[in-house]
Write a protein that binds this ligand. Structure first.
Ligand SMILES: NC(=O)C1=CN([C@@H]2O[C@H](COP(=O)(O)OP(=O)(O)OC[C@H]3O[C@@H](n4cnc5c(N)ncnc54)[C@H](O)[C@@H]3O)[C@@H](O)[C@H]2O)C=CC1
Ligand SMILES: O=C(O)C(=O)COP(=O)(O)O
Length: 392
């Protein structure tokens, strides 16, 4: 059995090298799985053969999650694998912004070939007097893998840090310094900060979360840093806030033609996760999760299914992705009992509308038996994908 993997974008070799043995990269039109970074799968017809998609990164807004779930495709990401890279760039932009470094460098480069560069520099540097970030207030919207480390390290730079995340995970909450002030309403953060950085995923709920009302609540001259996604910020409201000085600077990792036309915008070519360390971490995590899923059916770090881990020790395993509705497991076990197959082990977990069941069976199935069982499982209302794996 060879698993065919389609890759998109530049995936670090450290990850690709894990996909050896029963894996082939980019050789089939009907891949079993996809490994990608920012390539958008929206509007792309996914072959029915695709069972899993792994995002070597954090954001999965480039993947049609609901369609994937309905078609039995497990989607993975690499939580935290690029958080340090993003944090370092956010903090460097924070300091660079406070010191007017972007404009200053641009101006200095314009002196090339002119006379008395040193004299001009000394005469004009007053135009770029900046601020120190020590003692200033940073607002962090979204305290996940990135926001939490930005918040902690900003404290170490002597900033006051205030954060908003109504859904912060317990694991991350343990890592956040008690000196990070948590607020329960976004407005409390917006109105009190000198700098704001946003680290929430893009979804239907968060699109345009920074709108005219949000800008209106901000302190005049705020420096706003967006390393999350461009669409979190309402374009029209941003243009107005920059024009009237509400936003003193907008630093974004997501340039487009709209922001190019606006003053006080610093546009970066989506470099947040672009370090060799981060690319390796992401690729290794994503490739490993894909490999484990394809070979054993176990799931770690999926964004549409729960974590599932059951050692594969029986001769065969059925993996079933299905709707989270009553009597599914009963139907599966009834079907196997009718055919006198003995269940050695079983695990069923759910996550909102979807569920996943692993059934290990003592019997080695013939090819006909396997086809028959899979066809019958697929005929059960609510089952979106069933696979049979053997213990190699
Ligand atoms: N510029 C770049 O290269 C990169 C950008 N990103 C972007 O940053 C986002 C965040 O990344 P991580 O921190 O790794 O994700 P994460 O999933 O660890 O954290 C996201 C946090 O946002 C919180 N959140 C969700 N909705 C919220 C809301 N309405 N208000 C406040 N908080 C909310 C969640 O509770 C969670 O704690 C990604 O989804 C991606 O879009 C991530 C990595 C690299
Ligand atoms: O991980 C994320 O969400 C990112 O935005 C990083 O994107 P990239 O893998 O650098 O194309």
């Amino acid at each position: 059995m060879t698993y065919q993997i389609q890759t998109y974008n530049q995936i670090a070799e450290a990850g690709l090298s894990l996909l050896q043995g029963p894996f082939a990269l980019n050789t089939a039109e009907q891949p079993d799985a996809i490994l990608l970074r920012s390539h958008s799968l929206h509007g792309q017809q996914l072959p029915q053969s695709v069972q899993a998609i792994a995002r070597a990164g954090a954001g999965t807004n480039n993947i049609p999650l609901e369609t994937c779930s309905q078609n039995g495709v497990v989607v993975f990401n690499a939580p935290g694998a690029n958080a340090n890279a993003v944090k370092e760039l956010v903090l460097s932009c924070l300091i660079a912004s406070a010191r007017n470094l972007f404009q200053a460098i641009h101006w200095t480069n314009s002196l090339a070939g002119t006379k008395d560069v040193a004299g001009q520099v000394e005469a004009n540097k007053k135009a770029f007097i900046g601020h120190e970030i020590s003692g200033k207030k940073l607002g962090v919207i979204g305290l996940g893998n990135i926001g939490s480390v930005v918040a902690n390290d900003a404290l170490a730079l002597d900033m006051d840090v205030i954060a908003y995340d109504p859904f912060v995970s317990v694991d991350v909450a343990w890592t956040i310094s008690r000196n990070v002030q948590r607020v329960h309403h976004l407005d409390e953060l917006l109105s009190s900060c000198d700098y704001i950085t946003i680290h929430v995923p893009l979804s239907e709920k968060t699109t345009g979360i920074i709108d005219a009302k949000a800008f209106c609540a901000m302190k005049k001259g705020i420096q706003f840093i967006n390393f999350a996604r461009g669409e979190l910020v309402d374009e029209q409201a941003l243009a107005e806030a920059l024009a009237d000085g509400t936003v003193g600077k907008y630093i974004t990792d997501f340039p487009n033609n709209h922001v190019f036309g606006l003053k006080n915008v610093v546009a970066i070519p989506h470099l947040g996760a672009s370090t060799s360390e981060s690319e390796e971490n992401c690729a290794v995590m994503a490739a490993r999760q894909l490999k484990i899923f394809l070979e054993t059916g176990n799931i770690r770090n999926s964004v549409n299914l729960p974590n599932v881990s059951l050692p594969l020790t029986s001769p065969g395993r059925l993996t079933i992705m299905h709707q989270n509705v009553p009597n599914m497991v009963g139907q599966f076990s009834g079907l196997l009992a009718d055919r006198k197959f003995n269940i050695a082990d079983m695990l069923n977990r759910s996550r909102s509308d979807w569920a996943y069941t692993l059934i290990d069976i003592d019997n080695k199935l013939s090819s006909e038996q396997k086809d028959d069982i899979l066809a019958r499982l697929h005929s059960i209302q609510g089952v979106v994908r069933a696979r049979h794996l053997t213990n190699a």
